[in-house]
Write a protein that binds this ligand. Structure first.
Ligand SMILES: Cc1cc2nc3c(=O)[nH]c(=O)nc-3n(C[C@H](O)[C@H](O)[C@H](O)COP(=O)(O)O)c2cc1C
Length: 305
């Protein structure tokens, strides 16, 4: 029997393997999230949940572009209170749950974190980075001081590890990560989408109703890898890589750059939940072929000279 283990520990949260879905992809209902887990993910991440239900932006909210997808959903979600029962159901089914959440003010972030934490989630993922600037949120996550303040407020009420998910749309992401770490973040998720746009040449108008949207998928991967690389050189807390993971090679690249786990979004929309099993099996073979025993043996290896 092989001694090889795919289990990872992220700030005390033990997962059977280092994969999760990215927030917003299949994260809106209990049965869909259960399918993500059955597809092989180590844990599931909910859609970002706010203090009240939100409809989000008007259509079109999604457009395929070269190398990925642009979305401007505008954080549609049923609200944290509604999700309490969904979380309890998932926990009853044995699924580890990470709740992604947001607020418009520090108080809202704290209240939503409290609701989700009390519901029994395994970890919270503070969405500090939605690029579809929802007006009342301002530019949270673009400044290390407000990132530190909101993280500290959430940490006061959280009963679980808090992951802080950062935006790549900043000058120096490692500075923001340092702010999150100072605020008490248990891990950093890097990264959210990159702001972009697409134009309909016949209509001579932007395609998305919101004009701009967040770029995800393979085109985002080099940027996300660079973010993980820089953050790994700056903070001591674990990192969860996210952005353009489509296959096991992509996942291994993130691990080598310093991520302890990866989240997968666009590839799940395009290939289904089977992508988790394929990525996990690929990581397993990579470890086996190269003589490693655990995922953590390769975390950050690309930094060694
Ligand atoms: C349709 C869609 C909805 C998303 N919704 C959220 C969200 O609610 N909260 C969040 O933090 N990120 C959201 N994201 C960003 C993803 O979680 C992820 O950071 C991004 O898509 C990059 O990963 P990928 O290239 O694997 O898709 C969304 C992405 C897509 C494509």
């Amino acid at each position: 029997m092989s001694q090889l283990s795919l289990a990872v520990d992220i700030a005390g949260l033990r997962l059977r393997n280092p994969t999760m879905n990215a927030a917003g992809v299949l994260g809106i209902s209990g049965p869909l999230l259960k399918r993500v887990y059955e597809g092989g993910a180590g844990a599931v991440v909910t859609k970002s949940l706010g203090p009240v239900p939100r409809e989000g932006h008007h259509n079109p909210t999604l457009v395929t572009v070269e190398g990925g997808v642009l979305n401007a959903m505008g954080l549609p979600n049923p609200g944290a209170d509604y999700f309490v029962d969904v979380i309890r159901w998932l926990k009853g089914e044995g699924v580890p749950v990470v709740a992604s959440f947001f607020g418009a003010t520090i108080e809202e972030f704290r209240d939503v974190a409290c609701t989700l934490s009390d519901a029994g989630v395994d970890a919270l993922e503070l969405n500090c980075s939605c690029p579809n600037v929802v007006e009342e949120m301002g530019m949270l996550g673009a400044d290390c001081l407000n990132t530190e303040a909101v993280t500290a407020a959430v940490k006061e009420v959280a009963k679980t590890p808090v992951f802080v998910k950062l935006s790549p749309n900043v000058t120096d992401i490692s500075e923001i990560a340092r702010g999150a770490e100072r605020g008490g973040a248990d891990a950093i998720t890097a990264c959210n989408t990159l702001i972009g746009m697409a134009v309909d040449v016949d209509m001579r108008r932007p395609i998305l109703a919101n004009t701009t949207g967040g770029l995800s998928g393979p085109a985002l991967k080099p940027v996300a890898l660079r973010c993980v690389w820089e953050i790994a050189k700056t903070v001591d807390i674990p990192i969860i890589g996210c952005g353009g993971v489509t296959n096991w090679r992509d996942a291994v690249e993130f691990l080598l750059c310093g991520a302890s786990a990866v989240e997968i979004g666009t590839a799940v929309m395009e290939r289904g939940v089977e992508v988790f099993g394929m990525v996990v099996e690929g990581i397993r073979s990579y470890l086996e072929v190269n003589g490693f025993k655990e995922v953590k043996d390769i975390v950050g290896l690309a930094h060694e000279t």
